[in-house]
Write a protein that binds this ligand. Structure first.
Ligand code: 13P
Ligand code: SF4
Length: 311
């Protein structure tokens, strides 16, 4: 039996479902039941009928799935796969901000630890941050941890006062506008599609800025046939599969999240076989971190129990 066949068999035997982010290696995306961006995966994780979720992504994703589904088993193929940005804020600064502003909402990008979420008022992802921040009654917004996504949201919600935090995604932050210019010179007809975790300079020279799913959707809807894609290179798999007639280019230094690439088929098979690497979030952290996650799902109006396998 191949590794893929063994995974399929164990999945059936153990009543398990595989969720994967678009940034994991192609062969893992191939065997996943549901593939999507952070928002899609967090809403799909709620209401799945299987008892075990194998989460092919980094730890904050598995953590969120566990917090939202405390009675399920969430297995992480590699427990060391972590998001650097998830740690780039701290509880003490949140406490100080709350003292300083009476009407503060702490808005926490889902790319954060459960420990940060528990002190926040609402979670957001890059797909729903603008709508959720706009819908909040508060005027003062402390947006953690990503300063780039915060700036992108602040530009679209000028009626709010933003306090920025100095965190960023090292993968997206390093996509260089100079390399994008070079790619544009080579492909003058190509549109530039950019994730809001990228720098301001890069966003300004882009034709579209949006979440990973937004980028995939836009590429399908646009009449352009070539695109320079400014996000993690795992998204190429879905883009080429969905739109085989279109061309997708990345910058010469391809953006790669090494943590996402730790998720390989053999590790998926291993956790299915052994039940190892179970995600555990307990006690007050779980209870308190659930509130902002549930509020996100509520404000985004998407408590869903079934849906497409991609998003
Ligand atoms: P989205 O999945 O929300 O597009 O975020 C990208 C990302 O960096 C996930 O780690
Ligand atoms: Fe974190 Fe960036 Fe990797 Fe996403 S791409 S998991 S934000 S380090």
């Amino acid at each position: 039996m191949t590794v893929k066949e063994e995974i399929e068999q164990l999945k059936r035997e153990k009543n398990a479902v595989i969720l994967a982010h678009y940034y994991v290696p192609d062969e893992v995306q191939e065997i996943a039941d549901y593939i999507g961006d952070s928002y899609y995966l967090s809403k799909m994780a709620v209401g799945l009928e299987q008892q075990t979720i194998v989460f092919c992504g980094v730890s904050f994703m598995g953590e969120s799935a566990k917090i939202l589904n405390p009675d399920k088993t969430v297995l992480m193929p590699d427990p060391c796969a972590d998001c650097a940005m998830a740690h780039m804020a701290d509880a003490e600064t949140i406490r100080r901000m709350r003292e300083q502003y009476d009407d503060l909402a702490v808005v926490c990008y889902i790319n954060s630890t459960a420990e940060l979420k528990r002190y926040s008022d609402v979670c957001v992802t890059s797909a729903n941050a603008v709508d959720i921040v706009r819908a909040l009654p508060n005027r003062d917004i402390f947006f953690i941890p990503d300063r780039n996504l915060a700036r992108f949201v602040a530009e679209q919600v000028p009626e709010k006062h933003f306090i920025f935090n100095e965190g960023c995604c090292p993968v997206h932050e390093q996509i260089s506008p100079e390399e994008v210019q070079k790619a544009k010179a080579e492909h003058p007809g190509a549109e530039v599609l950019t994730h809001p975790e990228c720098t301001e300079a890069l966003c300004r020279m882009s034709d579209y800025v949006g979440s990973t799913s937004g980028i995939i959707r836009y590429a399908g809807e646009s009449s352009a046939e070539e695109f320079i894609v400014c996000t993690e290179n795992g998204v190429r798999y879905e883009l080429e599969k969905r739109y085989p007639q279109k061309r997708f280019y990345f910058t010469q230094t391809e953006p790669v999240c090494m943590d996402m690439k730790l998720i390989i088929l053999e590790k998926v098979l291993h956790v299915l076989k052994t039940g190892e690497n179970e995600m555990d979030v307990t006690g007050n952290v779980r209870k308190e971190a659930k509130r902002p996650l549930a509020r996100m799902l509520e404000l985004a109006g998407t408590k869903q129990t079934a849906g497409p396998a991609r998003g």
